[in-house]
Design a protein around this ligand. Structure first.
Ligand SMILES: [Zn+2]
Length: 318
């Protein structure tokens, strides 16, 4: 028998502004973003779809939403008297948590994504995520059933292949796993591989004209203000990481641990992380949900990027 829930740590309450609409009995919510563009959430993951005269264009297929994707499509198609047949599936990036229900839509769906997404999906060889046959390198404009979808790749960020999806006639931008509207990023900047690219990504998003933001997590849509707030949060983490690198003294860790170099490194870098994260946690608690849960993890990864990618605090032996 596991220990009681009472033993677990408490965290700051989730601001009401972070939460989205209630889910139905099947565990999803589907709503209109604008015109014939809809979004689906299970409270943690999001995907979107466009109903067109030629069929439905699906944008990501998270396995946690799974069969509820088609249920949501059926519900909207029936209400509007349009086709419920998913004909196209656009991958934001190759990760299984956003693409793992792809196989549900069969072999005849046209899958579209970045060329790197195809390469990574061929590498991963996961039957749940058939590789996209259609690819692009930097930009691609899709015209499907009279609707315009702009795809753009600005370099690696969360993953090497993560793309921006703009729907200019729906005032909407889709950028997955960068900004979680209302919430702090999960572990290590949303488990991002390229931190300079991750930090730059919101500016790339804001360079487009749009009103509605789909970030892939959690229960609600985002606004330009959400993206700017996230940008400020990441900037604060970067600035406080630099300050902590400048001020924390590693000497006592090396004195204590002697030849156990890794123990000293851990003690020192854990302190740098805690010192850098503390003012950010204080500033964003009550503003971004779970700032007190994950800011230290994200700060550790940003602080390492400040050291390793940017060379900050690097000293050459005299
Ligand atoms: Zn991802």
């Amino acid at each position: 028998m596991s220990e009681g829930a009472d033993e677990l740590p408490d965290y700051a309450p989730v601001p009401k502004s972070a939460l989205g609409p209630a889910l139905n009995e099947q565990g999803y919510y589907v709503g209109r973003v604008e015109r014939n563009l809809y979004w689906i959430t299970d409270g943690t993951y999001q995907s979107a779809f466009l109903t067109t005269s030629d069929g439905v264009v699906l944008l990501d297929a998270p396995p946690t939403i799974g069969h509820n994707i088609q249920r949501a499509v059926d519900e909207i198609a029936a209400a509007n008297g349009v086709s419920n047949k998913v004909t196209h599936l656009i991958y934001s990036h190759h990760h299984a948590d956003h693409a793992g229900a792809s196989f549900l839509f069969g072999r005849n769906v046209v899958r579209i994504g970045h060329e790197e997404t195809r390469r990574l999906l061929l590498r991963d060889d996961d039957p749940a995520r058939p590789p996209n046959e259609e690819t692009f390198q930097d930009d691609r404009t899709l015209q499907i059933g009279g609707e315009r979808i702009e795809l753009a790749w600005h370099g690696p960020n969360h993953s090497p292949d993560n793309i921006l999806i703009q729907l200019p006639d729906h005032d909407t931008l889709i950028l997955i796993d960068i900004v979680n509207p209302g919430w702090a990023p999960v572990y290590t900047s949303n488990l991002s591989e390229d931190i300079p690219g991750y930090v730059e990504a919101p500016a790339n998003a804001l360079a487009y004209s749009w009103k509605h933001f789909i970030g892939g997590h959690l229960g609600r849509l985002g606004t330009r203000e959400d993206v700017m707030l996230h940008q400020q949060y990441m900037a604060d983490i970067g600035e406080n990481s630099r300050k902590a690198i400048d001020t924390v003294d590693p000497t006592r860790y090396f004195m204590k641990y002697g030849e156990n170099t890794w123990a000293a490194v851990k003690g020192y870098l854990d302190e740098v992380t805690a010192v850098a994260a503390a003012p950010v946690i204080e500033k964003y608690t009550g503003v971004l949900a779970a700032a007190d849960v994950f800011t230290e993890s994200t700060t550790f990864w940003v602080m390492e990027s400040v050291r390793l990618d940017l060379g900050y605090g690097s000293q050459v032996h005299p």
